[in-house]
Write a protein that binds this ligand. Structure first.
Ligand code: MG
Length: 390
């Protein structure tokens, strides 16, 4: 048990893609010189590449653990926080103290006001790497260290239908259902004829059985969202995600009280401190934590916090090469309140060639990685996409 962390290396990756995440760009949208666009539907910045930040923690016996930070935009920020602040405080620590280390790193910047955002993204990747390292040292899969397996296969919903028109997107939905999937989520931000027309077209294509979810991308006031969700429920909407601004807790609670379907929230929050007041106020039926924001320690604490509120867990899946995805599956597989995992096919399917892992998603289910630790490591090809931070 005298093993210590001897080094931590960082790999900021930028992987080109032909079609930007969420679908083709309109002619009026041009990437800026740094490779970013703004989707006018939610006024949010997106990269035209896949960007992520890998963390490699090495133990004194040579064992290696891998983690992945949220690096969708400006991965240089988490990189600097890790390099300048966090890594020096982890060198020499015992990887079996991973939860204690998470708490110590969180404490470092509390009085500076950094208890969310990029500061937590940096901790997340390091925390995942230390869990991977710890489990490998013990020769066990991460899920084994989290209390035991409940779900060997994890049901998913297909996220995003990246077609240029409503008809194309509805046809894509039908293709996924024909491949054995039973739940789909469409994105308000690219539903150019409106959310109601979009669900009508998808429902017509897929028939009555599949679950249809919508991501409302924080676009509406509470009153607008209540009226919209009512109309979407005419097409048997299964879940409405992120109807109002993330800061608007009163609006979230108001929508959840009025809605005739599930409300899902949480992909942008990182700690129990952000979730707790929303759980207490009844803001959602489903939480959607993002592993690359929370790390394994934070994610598990959030999910356990939600359990006595009878909130289900439908984990979010961001742009990543699969390390964060694997960590998310390991925790989800142990949760009593797990319902479905987001399946970002346009990211997972194209990036899985960059990892060595038995993890896959077929016919409606994610299968878990195998082997000790996360059972998932980047390939040499993945690391060849590492870029300078300038
Ligand atoms: Mg979302």
């Amino acid at each position: 048990m005298n093993t210590t962390v001897t080094s931590v290396e960082l790999y900021p990756l930028r992987i080109p893609r032909d079609v930007p995440y969420l679908g083709p760009l309109g002619e009026d949208i041009q990437p800026n010189p740094r490779g970013y666009i703004v989707r006018p539907g939610n006024r949010t910045v997106y990269p035209i590449h896949d960007q992520t930040l890998l963390v490699k923690a090495v133990a004194s016996d040579g064992t290696v653990g891998w983690g992945e930070c949220f690096g969708v935009v400006a991965p240089q920020v988490a990189h600097t926080i890790l390099e300048e602040l966090l890594i020096p405080f982890v060198i020499g620590r015992c990887p079996h103290d991973v939860e204690r280390i998470y708490e110590d790193l969180y404490d470092l910047q509390r009085v500076r006001g950094h208890f969310g955002g990029y500061a937590l993204d940096a901790i997340a990747g390091l925390d995942i790497a230390l869990w991977d390292l710890r489990a490998k040292l013990l020769g066990q899969p991460v899920w084994q260290l989290l209390g035991g397996l409940r779900h060997e296969q994890l049901p998913v919903y297909v996220s995003g239908l990246p077609g240029a028109t409503k008809a194309e997107r509805a046809a894509l939905g039908r293709e996924w259902i024909d491949r054995g999937f039973s739940a789909l989520k469409y994105a308000a931000v690219v539903a150019d004829e409106g959310e109601v027309a979009e669900i009508e077209a998808i429902r017509q294509e897929v028939g009555p059985a599949p679950k249809i979810l919508v991501d409302l991308h924080w676009r509406y006031t509470a009153l607008e969202a209540i009226h919209l969700i009512d109309r979407l429920c005419e097409f048997d909407l299964y879940l409405a995600e992120a109807p109002v601004a993330p800061e608007d807790q009163a609006g979230q609670a108001r929508v959840a009280r009025a809605a005739r379907t599930r409300i899902g929230l949480g992909e942008e929050w990182r700690t129990v401190h952000e979730y707790l007041p929303r759980l207490q106020a009844g803001c959602m039926d489903v939480i959607q934590p993002e592993m690359a924001h929370t790390g394994i320690t934070g994610y598990r604490r959030i999910c356990e916090l939600a359990q006595p509120f009878n909130c289900q867990v439908m984990p979010h899946a961001t742009i990543n090469i699969g390390i964060a995805q694997a960590a998310s599956l390991h925790v989800a597989a142990t949760l009593a309140n797990f319902a479905m995992h987001e399946y970002q096919h346009s990211i997972f399917d194209r990036n899985k060639r960059f990892i060595r892992s038995a993890m896959d998603c077929k016919a409606g289910y994610f299968t878990l990685p195998q082997g000790p630790g996360l059972g998932t490591e980047p390939t040499e090809e993945a690391l060849s996409f590492a870029v300078n931070r300038n």
